[in-house]
Write a protein that binds this ligand. Structure first.
Ligand code: 26W
Length: 827
């Protein structure tokens, strides 16, 4: 028998993207045939759609080549399961990856369009909250660039992260519909779907041989439908698939109601099922414990595992080979239900016994923890789990039973340990998802050296002692393709000119810049580029806030989620102290600064919202005070997202990374800023520690208590008032806030904030770190006066960022955790 000839290496209507004329013709064809618009009257948005559709075809082809070669070589695959992928806009990324930006630009110009304007038409896909989601996007980029057989799974939220406006100084949330005008990148696969079941009950029976098997019946079903996005890597020859699941009702109409003539009831069920993929939960720490969130987690886990298993079984008949051919990474505990789900599929669908299924399961998973905050560690009520996922609860109980047997065997007579380690918390009647993830995984990793250390010592000490070698560190990284090449073309060009373009695939090459740090001509060019980026950021600020800021001033930036532990409050207190010094006119060495904030607060997070309002109230007074004009401005940029970051990060002189030591798992913004030539002011927390190791203590401003000192301070009865009373400048700042200096119309506005910090123990040690922060800021002022030395240090920061590439992180995961190789030899 002949194999069907389905080669598509030379599709005759394929476009040669190196040829401007062909692109132009392709764009017109796409406009007419896909967008359905007359090219003569089409606007930038139509051209965006035409271009994206054209590229999508090309990416799809690329994806097929990738997939065929993976099947052909029967490689081990890596699946990255994440509730969030914060990819941002895609157009420019694809053009850079494919190396066709100049050609596409020229083709559009020939059609009377400007590529930059066309690119602005794309909505920013914000399918994530912050660091964890953006890390997932950087990882897909690195996997594609270095040809790892990776694959992402997530949810196609109809509404991503809310958009934020500031009204009367306060955050207002608006739904953000990135799909409003459709998404031209998606490849919709209506026929690729799986049934996901909820509720119901379990019936077990024995066959003649005495084998017990169970069936899950009377369930409420939802259909998961696949939408694929192709993630290109640099060079463009490989595309990693990102498969996002959308929920669809199993039935359009409930015929029982329909037949009774109740049309509305008849379609209600459909709406209810489809809410599953409606909206991303906009919180990244405290869990609200809603049933819908748990259903989202199971929905995407179940669809993904069914898909993974189906792909595996297409080629391999023996399920026992699964761990040899599959690694599944759990991005935090959000997909931890994958552990019992794989057990269920292997036992109830493939007919394996418990021992074999468990062996396969615990050798297939790895789990990354992204937070030390106790309130962010997921637990779910037993009752809810039993109602929603009865079969999984049986499996979890059984996993726990055998696991606790092990614990008892290892530590006879230690009942306390058994209680502490149990997957089930008997006291609160909840399932501890982190314990489930640790027990069900071959490896567990933290995301920076300090974080992994604290995980092992404070969060999972019992597990660490019991399982040797299970806990490992993989420090986070960022992709230099998006965070330098794409977002800062002038600096990228300067770097390429100086050290060659290899840094784009191998960030360690930046090291050669060290030799130029003292070269004044190079410094001048570096400073000119920084200034150009500041002009661009100033335009954004003017447009979004109606505020004029001067590019000559030092740009001091803190952009990230608003959270007490990240201490935007500490920053604004320092700003107020600076303001007071400037007004008292005895501040000759305080150079002009623009202090920029941006970030979203979880809609129900009272304190975080108060902090946003305080920043805006303070900004209002300072920006209108003629006494400090030209010397201090405060800006809150609304609706911080990936696209905003791409403009602000290149413009930054001073990067604020000031979390309480021992709270920020890693941080990745810190890396993006330093790569763009900002100096960091920060605590010894998360990856800041490793950044200091790399750049050298002289090239970073470190302040504040260490994680150990923080623990010590707290253990010794920390009283924030002691610090306030001992520090006159701090006292004055606190008094001003308390007396309503920044909000005369409602002077008690910040009493709850002041009260929470000062009378409830100041859990994030804002008062304790204030003085040392102010001193570090003074050192910043002094250094910035000397632009040569500043430039030298900034260049050294760029030169020493090699370690913080997500390429390094992915190579480490591949080698130490997944046991997979690159499909080409370069990695
Ligand atoms: C409410 C459920 C929940 C809990 C935690 C949702 C999301 C989270 C995430 C763990 C929060 C998060 O994004 N953590 C960040 O992960 C980054 C990537 O590893 C780190 O760089 C940040 O330090 C960490 O805060």
């Amino acid at each position: 028998m002949h194999a069907p000839d389905s080669s598509f290496n030379d599709l005759d209507d394929g476009i040669d993207f190196s040829d401007v004329q062909q692109i132009k013709r392709g764009l017109i064809a796409s406009m007419v045939r896909v967008v359905g618009f007359d090219p003569d009257s089409a606007g930038p948005h139509d051209w965006f759609l035409a271009l994206a559709s054209l590229l999508r075809g090309h990416l799809s082809e690329q994806g097929m080549h990738t997939s065929r070669s993976q099947y052909g070589k029967d490689v081990k695959r890596v699946y990255y399961l994440s509730m969030e992928f914060l990819t941002g806009r895609r157009l420019m990324k694809h053009l850079l990856d494919l190396g066709i930006e100049p050609q596409v630009r020229a083709a559009l110009t020939a059609l009377g369009q400007n590529l930059d304007v066309v690119a602005e038409q794309e909505s920013d896909a914000a399918l994530g909250n912050g660091g964890l989601g953006r890390l997932a996007a950087c990882f897909l980029d690195s996997m594609a660039t270095h040809a790892y057989p990776g694959y992402g799974y997530g949810i196609r939220y109809e509404f991503g992260m809310f958009s934020q406006t500031i009204e009367n100084g306060q955050q207002v949330e608006h739904p953000e519909s990135w799909l409003q005008n459709g998404s031209p990148w998606e490849i919709v696969r209506h026929n690729l779907n799986y049934t996901v079941r909820f509720g119901g009950r379990i019936v077990c029976f024995r066959d003649e041989q005495g084998h017990e098997s169970c069936r899950w019946v009377d369930t409420d079903d939802v259909i998961a439908e696949a939408y694929d996005l192709k993630e290109t890597g640099f060079g463009g020859s490989i595309a990693v698939n990102l498969r996002l699941w959308s929920a669809r009702s199993t039935q359009d109409f409930d015929l029982r109601y329909f037949n009774e003539g109740n049309y509305i009831e008849a379609v209600k069920e459909k709406t209810v099922s489809e809410t599953l993929s409606k909206v991303l939960y906009p919180m990244d720490t405290t869990l609200m414990g809603q049933e819908l969130r748990l259903k989202q987690e199971y929905f995407f886990v179940s669809a993904s595992l069914q898909d993974i298993l189906a792909r595996f079984l297409k080629v391999h008949k023996n399920p026992r080979l699964f761990p040899e051919k599959t690694a599944i990474q759990l991005n935090d505990t959000h997909p931890a239900l994958a552990v019992p789900e794989l057990m269920r599929l292997l036992m109830d669908h493939c007919g394996l016994n418990w021992e074999d299924a468990w062996d396969i399961t615990r050798n297939s998973f790895a789990y990354t923890n992204h937070t030390l905050l106790p309130e962010a560690l997921e637990t779910w009520p037993l009752d809810l789990m039993e109602t929603l996922l009865p079969r999984h609860m049986e499996i979890i109980y059984r996993i726990n039973h055998y696991f606790l047997q092990d614990v008892r065997r290892t530590y006879p007579g230690d009942g306390d340990k058994v209680r502490r380690m149990s997957i089930i918390d008997d006291a609160t009647r909840r399932v501890r998802m982190a314990h489930l993830a640790v027990v069900g995984s071959a490896r567990v990793n933290g995301v920076a050296a300090l974080h992994t250390h604290l995980l092992r010592e404070r969060v999972f000490p019992d597990f660490d002692r019991m399982y040797e070698g299970k806990f490992v560190n993989v420090t986070n990284g960022i992709t230099q393709r998006r965070w330098l090449l794409q977002s800062n073309p002038p600096l990228a060009a300067l770097v390429s000119e100086a050290v060659g373009p290899q840094w784009i695939r191998d960030l360690d090459r930046l090291r050669d810049l060290e030799a130029l740090a003292d070269d004044t001509a190079f410094q001048d060019r570096f400073l000119a580029i920084k200034r150009q980026a500041k002009v661009r950021a100033a335009a954004l600020i003017e447009e979004r806030c109606g505020l004029c800021v001067a590019p000559e001033t030092l740009f001091d930036i803190q952009i990230k989620r608003i959270h007490e532990y990240k201490r935007q409050l500490l920053n604004i207190l320092q700003v107020i102290a600076r303001y007071n010094r400037l007004r008292s006119a005895n501040a000759p060495d305080l150079l002009p600064r623009t202090v920029i904030f941006g970030g979203k607060a979880a809609p129900g997070y009272f304190m975080a919202k108060k902090i946003i309002r305080l920043i805006n109230d303070v900004a209002e007074i300072i920006n209108h005070d003629p006494l400090v004009r030209g010397r201090l401005r405060v800006v809150f940029v609304p609706n911080y997202n990936v696209s905003t970051a791409e403009i602000l990060i290149p413009a930054c002189d001073l990067s604020e990374q000031i979390s309480t030591a021992g709270t920020e798992a890693s941080g990745t913004g810190n890396m993006k800023f330093a790569l763009n030539g900002a100096l960091t002011i920060g605590t010894l927390d998360g990856a800041n520690i490793e950044i200091r190791e790399e750049v050298g203590g002289d090239n970073i401003f470190i302040f504040g208590q260490t994680a150990e000192e923080v623990a010590h301070t707290k253990a010794n009865g920390y009283n924030p008032w002691d610090w306030v009373n001992a520090d006159e400048e701090l006292r004055r700042v606190i008094d001003m806030i308390r007396d309503g200096f920044f909000n005369m119309e409602q002077p008690d506005r910040y009493h709850p904030l002041i009260n929470a910090v000062l009378n409830q123990g100041d859990p994030f040690l804002v008062m304790a770190d204030f003085r040392s922060y102010v001193e570090a800021q003074a050192a910043v002022d002094a250094l910035y006066l000397d632009q040569r030395t500043w430039a030298r240090k900034a260049i050294l920061n760029v030169a020493r960022m090699g370690k913080f590439s997500s390429d390094r992180a992915i190579h480490t995961y591949a080698r130490d955790i997944w046991g997979v190789g690159s499909m080409v030899a370069d990695a």
